[in-house]
Design a protein. Structure first.
Lengths: 204, 289
């Protein structure tokens, strides 16, 4: 299993400099660290997924002595490891450049993990279910609809769920972060189980 | 005799294509050629054996184990070659080896380098610069480097030049010398099989036609040539299919001895090639539908 995680890093070895350059650029632009870590981690994870899809690697992996459960699990565990790596690199870089002035706070770390895990929870089952070309089209349609409906959704939220929102705002940081963490962990676990089910039934 | 691969009553349906009630077995320690035309179900069957596809019904066992419980143990012992590229196009062969090696418990690096040298493969060039034949050789080098007991190949000789095709057959032949390896490979270049196959499994349109020892095929089947007046509804039943022309008929029979008794000196019997058998079987199926 560790081999599969290491493989996702290995196939992108030539891109590592590019990732570092992007991090440098965003430092310079003053992007919040948690957001930068989120964007780079997601790009890295999605790119590994894309390479596997593009070159029939699923046929290779499924012919090697791995089970389908391991192949899926490696992506979910790998995502957390790679996010931790990017947080490490960005925190380190930030420390070298800025000292302790704008450190990567524990909140920032949690925000990055939360965003990455929530994103992956939603997107991986779709990636396992559908072929890449449909996903691009689906993604564009989703994006357009999301943009158009954004205001309506916010409006609806305010009107209908005002109390819920109020309740959220009323929570302390600790309460908020721990409940959000719990929700995201459950989501991630559910997504992992769902992806395994989908992948077990997949044909190559 | 021990079977390495066993399919029993396997059915798999796709849109417009079906593998129907397929029961075949591959014997340990022999080379089995898997023949059939395009779309006969060869690749589907190989994918079923590799667990890349799941059968709708029926059972599949490899080394007496099933994928449900022993998938990893099975695949540890299989070397595979497919007719499509399954490597990262942008990586080198050396990188691919680094990715694949840790998957196997019994990887033998010296063996890998021996085959890389023998096949004259460049370790440092990207896979996308490889020709079809080179990709096949690269797959083969990997398949032969982890002490696999069973080598499964899907159309390994298509896309190869005649020189390397013969070289490949020699390598496979060599491989069979040292003990109880088993080779199962599909092909539609049937002359490949003359050289090394012990058994032939023939499928047509998703159905099993026969599994025979190679030499037995020539004992059972014959091409029959004779004048048209010998043909009537009864005699035509002796043939898989008949081709008629102005000067006579040519047909394939699966009952050589019976046909020899029936027609005696009136016909000429010739040894059929596998291609003849494939051709007439397909023709016979079309007529009977």
């Amino acid at each position: 299993m560790f081999n599969l995680i290491w493989k996702d890093l290995f196939i992108q070895k030539k891109l590592i400099l590019l990732y570092l350059a992007i991090i440098g650029l965003y430092f310079w632009l003053g992007t919040p660290l948690f957001w930068l870590a989120f964007i780079t981690s997601i790009s890295f994870i999605m790119n590994a997924f894309y390479y596997d899809e593009k070159d029939n690697i699923n046929i290779l992996l499924n012919s090697l002595p791995y089970t389908r459960k391991q192949i899926v699990t490696s992506k979910y565990i790998g995502a957390i490891i790679f996010t931790a790596l990017f947080i490490g690199v960005i925190a380190g870089g930030s420390f070298i450049i800025n000292g302790m002035e704008s450190p990567f706070s524990w909140k920032g770390v949690l925000q990055t993990f939360g965003l990455v895990m929530a994103w992956i929870s939603l997107i991986f089952p779709f990636f396992y279910k559908f072929k890449q070309q449909y996903l691009v089209i689906g993604g564009i349609i989703f994006f357009v609809i999301a943009m158009l409906s954004f205001k309506a959704v916010i409006h609806l939220l305010k009107e209908r769920f005002g109390e819920v929102v109020q309740w959220f705002i009323g929570l302390s940081d600790l309460q908020l972060y721990s409940s959000a963490s719990l929700v995201i962990l459950l989501l991630y676990g559910g997504s992992w189980l769902l992806s395994m089910r989908i992948y077990e039934r997949k044909v190559f | 005799m021990e079977n390495v691969i066993e399919l029993q009553h396997v059915t798999k349906s796709f849109k417009g294509f079906q593998v129907k009630d397929l029961s075949i077995s591959v014997k340990k320690g022999f080379v089995t050629g898997f023949i059939g035309g395009n779309g006969a179900g060869k690749s589907t069957t190989i994918k079923l054996i590799m667990n890349l596809l799941k059968q709708d019904s029926g059972s599949i066992s490899v080394f007496g184990l099933t994928h449900d419980t022993d998938e990893r143990a099975i695949k540890e012992r299989i070397g595979f070659v497919y007719d499509e590229n399954i490597f990262y196009e942008n990586l080198t062969l050396k990188d691919m080896k680094k990715i694949i090696r840790p998957a196997y418990k019994k990887w033998n690096d010296a063996m890998f380098h021996k085959y890389v040298d023998q096949f004259e493969l460049p370790l440092g060039k990207k896979i996308k610069t490889f020709s079809k034949g080179m990709k096949m050789k690269a797959s083969l080098a990997i398949a032969l480097s982890h002490q696999a007991e069973l080598i499964i190949m899907d159309e390994p000789t298509s896309g190869l030049d005649p020189v390397f095709r013969r070289e490949l057959l020699n390598i496979l032949h060599e491989l069979m010398q040292d003990g109880d390896k088993t080779i199962f490979f599909s092909t539609h270049i049937t002359t490949d099989l003359d050289r090394i196959a012990d058994y032939i499994i023939f499928v047509n349109n998703g159905e099993h036609v026969f599994t025979k020892e190679f030499y037995k095929i020539q004992e059972d089947y014959a091409i029959v040539k004779g004048p048209l007046d010998l043909l009537d509804a009864d005699t035509e039943r002796e043939f898989v299919a008949v081709q008629k022309s102005n000067i006579g008929f040519e047909a394939l029979t699966a009952y050589k001895d019976r046909v020899a008794d029936l027609f005696g000196e009136a016909v000429v019997l010739e040894k059929p090639t596998l291609e003849d058998i494939m051709y007439y079987t397909e023709k016979g199926r079309c007529l009977n539908v």
